[in-house]
Ligand binder design. Sequence first.
Ligand SMILES: [Zn+2]
Length: 275
Amino acid sequence: MLLGAHVPTAGGLDQAPARGRDITADAIQVFTRNQVQWRARPLAPEEVRAFRVALAESGVRQVLSHGSYLVNLASGEASLLDKSRKASLEEMERCHALGIPSLVFHPGSHRGAGEASGLRTVAASLNHVLERALHLDVLLLLEVTAGQGSSVGHRFEHLVSILERVKHPERLGVCLDTCHLLAAGYDIATPQGYEATLSAFTRLVGLDKLKAVARDAGPPPRLEAGAHAAPRPGGPRAGQGLRWIPPPWPCVPRAWPGKRASTWSGSPVPTRPRS
Ligand SMILES: [Zn+2]
């Protein structure tokens, strides 16, 4: 099991690995670009080199990238969908260049077109992107969403629906975000609820697809009241590379108080075998 945190890239991407090392992280998550702007400055060869050197020197063993928040691979609007697909491919190219083997992304929002339509569009988007990314050693990690607005991906059945339609499912994994799971109605704050959630995930999606767990720094506000009333922690699945994570959601990267942060407790994310 590797534990880590989302670390800032202020001052350059090459600053991130040392920030991970400073908090003794095994794994770090970074944004490889400004996540709230469409335009991303291309990576300069020296930036790539500096990041790879810094990573090797840091002792950090695994890196994930989190995709842009603007991307909506479920959009029914042609221009946004086109932009989203291009941006996703660009992000995969950036990850590949930097040697980052996994890219976490949110499936998207159907914006009124309906869940079934949104899920079909996400799968079509992934087929579009992956067809153009055959040469890239990057695994895409579908992140479970909180179910806010018209977002898809907040039920394990949604993930299955996407995975079943994708021509290269081996290029996809899943990232479970504990905060999103709770908000989506999966009761992982109790050992019984955790067990039920994990067994549903195992039955529907398959534990082999679980590549990362993002443990958020805090529960959504409406869950706060119950968070402290949770029973004692237990570790029923520790042997399977997972454990029940007790509320009240301690935050690993104390170096950045107030920042949203995550930790992972999942199996190491494998790189795609070279063919
Ligand atoms: Zn996310």
